[in-house]
Ligand binder design. Sequence first.
Ligand SMILES: NC(=O)c1ccc[n+]([C@@H]2O[C@H](COP(=O)([O-])OP(=O)(O)OC[C@H]3O[C@@H](n4cnc5c(N)ncnc54)[C@H](O)[C@@H]3O)[C@@H](O)[C@H]2O)c1
Length: 304
Amino acid sequence: MSEAKPKIAVVGAGLMGHGIAQVFAFAGHEVTITDSFAANLDSAKARILANLKDLGDDERAVERVRPLADLAEALRDADYVVEAVREDLGLKQQLFAEIERHVRADTILASNTSVIPITQIMQGLQKRERALGTHWWNPPFLVPLVEVIETQWTSAAAVDFTMQLHAAAGKKPAHVKKDVPGFIGNRLQHALWREAVALVEQGICDAETVDTVIKAAFGRRLAVLGPLENADMVGTDLTLAIHQTVLPAIDSRPGPSPYLEKLVKDGKLGFKSGEGFRQWSPEQQAALRVKVLRHLKAARAQDN
Ligand SMILES: NC(=O)c1ccc[n+]([C@@H]2O[C@H](COP(=O)([O-])OP(=O)(O)OC[C@H]3O[C@@H](n4cnc5c(N)ncnc54)[C@H](O)[C@@H]3O)[C@@H](O)[C@H]2O)c1
């Protein structure tokens, strides 16, 4: 990476976009941010400043963020563009076609999609070798991981640039070598969620018990001991023996659980309706959100 810090353009100033802009600005990059919805663009700097204050980070970082309503102007000098607009394939495809008209030939282009294949988003580009996915986790300034997803067209140089860019900004980039649904993190996360739902569906325990078992047992270790480290620790032979017994009993249906489908059909949508797998009062919802944030902040403080 050259001496001068690459100039960043963030397209989409919503929940993820303003947080991503904050991370790059805090790391010393000049950042432009744009959004088609004026209220979100106008409030972006105030939201970033509030986050910096809350975290005790240097508030001057916000001065490196420039909100610009005009897409062409926001992209003009960018070395790296990250898109964080609504999760909508057509919108993202259309936006990248437009982005490509306004950037240099060597500007790297990234999408922060959660689950849309990067290949589909980038297939219409003139220069597909400079395009990839970067999957951040919410909130971007508290969760370290960024998955860097290459497609069949992405150049090694674009992957290296993006990995280094995020590592230098204090993130933990993880290289995803194939553009598969769910990338790495969400495949792992939802493999666990599938079995969690199945345990409730089969009457083995209630929803609260599933969560207690995870949080009070292997969840305690997960932040410092990954499953494959754990498998090596106990021995691959023991892991094999466990898999021979347990895997045939674990849910392996290819689609979503009928139990989950029924919750949605019955309007039990979780926090937003007051009931999902469990009942949630407004106070309980607020308390859980606070607890998660407090935990993530403490983990970040420990990292530093
Ligand atoms: N929320 C999460 O936890 C999370 C985590 C990882 C990835 N993502 C992904 O990040 C992306 C953004 O998610 P979010 O939660 O920040 O959404 P959001 O709704 O908070 O923000 C999206 C922003 O995009 C803007 N926008 C829409 N069309 C636009 C256009 N044509 N040009 C410029 N701006 C436009 C909207 O006005 C809005 O401000 C999605 O693809 C989402 O799947 C979200």
